[in-house]
Every structure is written in C-alpha cells, then in structure tokens.
Design a protein around this ligand. Structure first.
Ligand code: TXA
Ligand code: MG
Length: 306
C-alpha cells in the first residue's frame, strides 16, 4: 500500500489544490475527492474506481449559497436544502454552465450535496470550490465506512486518505430528483421518504420505469460472499441451521432491533464476512419503512448474484 492515512486537513487541501485525488470522510461513506475544475483529477476518479464515464459524480459544496453556482434551485429544492443541509441528502437539479461535462457525463442535470462531516466541510471550505466525491470503492463493490476500508480497496491507487473515524450513518445519501414536477426519490437513504414528504408538504414519487440515476444498478454494493434475505428471524435461523449442516461457513446478520446501527455497520459487517471467509450471510430484512427502506435497498443489491 502506498497511501498515507492522515488526520491533517491542510495536507488534503494542498493535495486537492495540486490536482490530486484524495479520499475523505463524510457522514455517510468515504468519498474519493477531486476538485471539479481539475479535469485530470476528475478523470482519475473514474479510472481509480473502474467506473464507466457516463456514471456522473456528486458535487459536494459547503452550503446552499455556494451550491447555487452549480445548480438552479427551485422552491422544492430550496426547502429540502434548508431543512437537511449539511446532511445526507443529494439533490438532482438542472446544472449551470460552470459544471464541467466530465462531472455529469454530459447531462443537463447535476447531483449536489452539502456533507455534515466536520473534516469534509473544513476541506471544502478551504479549497473554496466544488469537490466531486463518489464513494471511495471500486465500481460495484461495498462502500467504505472507515479509512482502513479505503486503504484496503484503493491504498495502491491513491496517496492520501483522510481519517475522520467511522462514518456515523453508514449508507449513502438519499438522492431526490427535483427536476420533475413532483420530486422523486432515486436512492433511499438516512433521510427518509416521510421526512422528505413532510418538508415538501406533498408525496414523493418512487423513481418509476428505468432509473435515471445510472448508478442504481440492481447489483451494486456487492460483497464476495452470497447474501440470502429473510423477512423474519425464525426463518433466517432455520436456513442458517441447514447451511451449517451442509458445512457451509454461514453467518446471521440481524440488527433489526436498532436500524441506525444496522445502517451504520452494514458495509463493515459485509466486509468482515468476506474477510472471515464466510460463504453465505443470512440476513434479516427490517420493515421497509423509514430508515428500513435504505437498509432493504442495500441488502437487496448485495444479494444479487454477480
Ligand atoms: O453519500 C453519498 O452520496 C456519497 C458520499 C461520498 O457523499 N457519495 C456517493 O456517490 O454515493 P456515488 O457516486 O457512489 O453515487 C452517486 C449516484 C450514482 O449512482 C450516480 O449515477 C448518481 O448518483 N448521479 C450523480 N449525478 C447524477 C446525475 N446528474 N443524474 C443522474 N444520476 C446522477
Ligand atoms: Mg457508490
């Protein structure tokens, strides 16, 4: 591994300003950051992740005023930004001409959020420019929620990882498309449908038909082990007994009694299963309401065989 793990925010700022790619903590998952005006660095972000160039990147900025340079906010977007920023909410909006094509894959829209992690905010504030940051994992793999996860995945591809501790939320931001007449949730996250509907005073649609967020592939967030899903604990335990009888290395995953913890540790739990040589994770699904929607979404994607 060549990457240095640091808590020095100033080092990250100089590296970003010099056009380098740096992994940074956010409250959701770690991001692979580059200044959005450094086109070589932006290209490197795609290359390091093995990510197709038509999967656009999320722009991160320090507050709503600064975000207005990159996107045209309508009333719904302003209401959501005022209520949930800084925080785990990404808004999809019409872009301004200041956003490079490489960031949006040439689209007319840009995804943008203000992260709530103090180190991320300090870095963005000092860089004083928009920063792109997709999750700091290889394309299609489980997102990192600690600096050590990033080091394992990308330690040979980048030279600086900012360590901001374990992410407090653990799953990626909720993405809301505000370009349609009624806002649609493209990716569920910690900010729930109920909270968004309350802030908007109207129902939010589920993305229908072909998803317009190209990263929302059915198989995403995939560990190496198989993941089997069950609606209740008793069924899961019965399946676990069968697998153990067959000499499979199987493990139960059930944090349904504490959903914030389920989300916070979900990716770390899947990574531990891989590290421990587990063949099958037998996971219990929470109710698909509130935070349970995001957890079910990520578990279902982890369960798709690849
Ligand atoms: O919590 C998060 O959002 C994390 C942290 C690091 O901020 N970032 C993250 O980025 O999850 P990423 O790139 O892994 O996921 C962003 C998703 C992708 O599925 C991408 O296709 C979609 O957002 N997206 C970005 N810009 C878009 C656009 N203009 N139109 C449609 N989808 C877009
Ligand atoms: Mg990702």
């Amino acid at each position: 591994m060549t990457a240095v793990i640091t808590t020095n925010v100033a080092d990250a700022v100089s590296a970003l300003n010099a056009g380098r790619v740096v992994a940074i903590p956010t409250e959701t998952v770690y991001g692979l950051a580059a200044r959005m005006d450094q086109s070589d660095a932006v290209r490197k972000v795609f290359d390091i992740k093995d990510r197709p160039h038509d999967h656009p990147l999320i722009v991160h900025d320090a507050d709503l005023d600064r975000a207005r340079r990159w996107a045209r906010f309508n009333d719904a977007a302003i209401a959501l930004a005022r209520q949930f920023w800084p925080g785990p909410l990404t808004l999809l909006l019409p872009r301004t001409e200041l956003v490079p094509d490489a960031v949006t894959g040439g689209r007319a829209t840009v995804a943008i959020r203000v992260p709530a992690h103090p180190m991320a905010l300090a870095i963005i504030d000092s860089v004083n420019y928009g920063i792109v940051a997709p999750s700091a994992n290889k394309f299609g793999r489980v997102s990192p929620t600690t600096a050590q996860h990033v080091a394992v995945d990308l330690g040979n591809d980048i030279d600086l990882i900012v360590d901001g501790g374990a992410c407090s939320i653990g799953v990626e931001s909720t993405i809301v498309d505000c370009t349609t007449e009624s806002p649609q949730i493209l990716r569920p996250g910690y900010i729930t449908r109920t909270q968004i509907e309350k802030a908007l005073g109207t129902y939010a649609d589920k993305a229908n038909g072909e998803s317009r967020a190209p990263g929302m592939l059915p198989s995403h967030y995939a560990p190496r082990c198989a993941v089997e899903l069950f609606n209740d604990r008793a069924e899961a335990e019965a399946r676990l007994r069968v697998l153990v009888e067959q000499n499979a290395n199987a493990r139960l995953l059930d944090r349904t009694s504490n959903l914030p913890e389920y989300a916070r540790f979900l990716y770390a739990d899947l990574r531990s299963a891989d590290n421990d040589g587990v063949d099958v994770v037998v996971a219990v699904l929470p109710d698909s309401s509130d935070l349970g929607e995001a957890i079910c979404d990520r578990l279902r994607k982890a369960a798709v065989r690849h």
